[in-house]
Write a protein that binds this ligand. Structure first.
Ligand code: PMP
Length: 399
């Protein structure tokens, strides 16, 4: 068997995408103009499929601090956090994250993916049972596999199912790790953290929450869903990324003093280069902006509301709640691909999500809004969906 033979099916699929025009899994944004606009080929587009929730990618202060760091500290660290890759700015950011989250320890990783891999794989060894929501991100699954943990999946957002599975474990439940996300990236729904925290208090275990999509987006000061629901005390470790609200690249974990030992035992922390000084500098500025400008969060939610209501009026089937992630359910993969392309020709870029990336075998067009979208841009997105509907009739329910 050839090296790549097992990929024949996927290669053929990709070929078909190429023949029939734009490839949704290899799209190149040829030019990026701002947090909300770019160009694909000849088409100017409104970006309605990013994770740039607070719209900070082009924030002038964040750009200036990144530029300064580039000049003063160079293009890269060329080493891991454990060796030569911890600069003063990495440590300063960790102190700032500790202050922001009011927790004793913060650890900065190279990406959100490696933050999950670094923390979870190290804790979730073969002696540990890990209970994860079935819709958790690939990085959480990969981390559990890397650690060799015993994985139990519970039904998405079903605290009762979690409880049932914990009860079956008897005494062992006390040593389990429960892992959920804040906002789920595809449906925009949120974990039932109040119920899960109560189960944890009653049956034991440790609770880890990946706030990748909710950090900067939810909570009185932007700490995420746990803050929003008042259960931060029940969460042992919060995980997050710099690649969404903080508009850069890198990841982090915040937790108790004891978490510090991860620095000496976590392979994904030790064996990869640390984030570049310019990324760290712009993250530090963006973190300050999150703390100082709650109006960005307000604008984000206004935009989420405007898009959700606009699409609802058109009769589109959407996610279970208003959220900056606004999924539109589509019947089939073929329709999904066609509509995705049509939207680009109408000047709107969204994410096409096919199974297995979309939960429960559905195809969806994942729209997302950010704080930098103007009302007019949100209306452009709604207008594109209105035209799509008038061209295609009502075809949007799940198969
Ligand atoms: N966790 C979740 C829930 C995510 O959605 C993502 C990325 N989409 C990550 C972790 C990984 O973050 P990063 O892309 O910054 O590596």
């Amino acid at each position: 068997m050839g090296l790549y033979e097992k990929f024949t099916r996927i290669a053929n699929q990709r070929e078909q995408f190429q023949i029939s025009g734009l490839n949704p899994f290899g799209t190149c944004i040829d030019e990026i103009y701002s947090a909300t606009e770019g160009r694909i080929g000849d088409q100017k587009i409104v970006l309605a499929g990013t994770n740039n929730y607070l719209g900070l990618t082009f924030n002038p202060e964040a750009i200036t601090s990144g530029q300064k760091a580039l000049e003063v500290q160079g293009t890269g660290t060329t080493g891991s956090r454990m060796a030569n890759g911890s600069y003063g700015s990495h440590l300063a950011l960790e102190r700032e994250l500790e202050a922001f989250f009011d927790r004793p320890t913060a650890i900065v990783f190279s990406t959100g993916y490696t933050a999950n891999l670094g923390i979870i794989s190290t804790l979730a060894d073969p002696n540990r049972v890990v209970l994860i929501d079935e819709d958790c991100h690939a990085s959480i699954y990969d981390a559990c596999v890397l650690g060799g943990a015993q994985i139990i999946r519970f039904r998405h957002n079903d605290a009762h199912d979690l409880e049932k599975r914990m009860l079956r474990l008897g005494e062992q439940a006390k040593e389990t790790i429960i892992i959920v996300e804040g906002i789920y990236s595809m449906l925009g729904d949120v974990a039932p953290l109040v119920e899960i925290a109560e189960i944890k208090r009653r049956l034991g275990g440790y609770l880890l929450v990946d706030e990748a999509h909710s950090f900067g987006v939810m909570g009185a000061t932007g700490r995420g869903l746990a803050q929003d629901l008042g259960v931060e005390k029940d969460v042992d470790i919060l995980l997050g990324t710099f690649s969404k609200s903080l508009a850069s690249i890198g990841g982090f974990a915040v937790g108790s003093e004891a978490m510090e030992v991860m620095r000496y035992s976590s392979r994904p922390y030790i064996f990869t280069a640390s984030p570049s000084p310019s990324s760290i500098a712009s993250v530090r500025t963006s973190l300050k902006i999150i703390a100082q400008q709650p109006e960005l969060r307000e604008k984000l939610w206004d935009n989420a509301n405007r898009l959700y209501q606009g699409l609802a009026k058109l009769g589109y089937e959407q996610g279970p709640r208003i959220s900056p992630v606004v999924p539109v359910m589509i019947g089939s993969k073929e329709d999904g691909l066609r509509f995705w392309r049509d939207l680009i020709t109408k000047g709107v870029y969204v994410n096409l999500v096919l199974p297995p990336a979309a939960p429960a075998g559905i195809t969806l067009l994942r729209c997302s809004v950010n704080a930098a979208h103007s009302d007019q841009q949100i209306d452009t997105i709604i207008q594109a969906f209105a035209e799509l509907k008038s061209q295609n009739g009502v075809v949007f329910n799940q198969a």
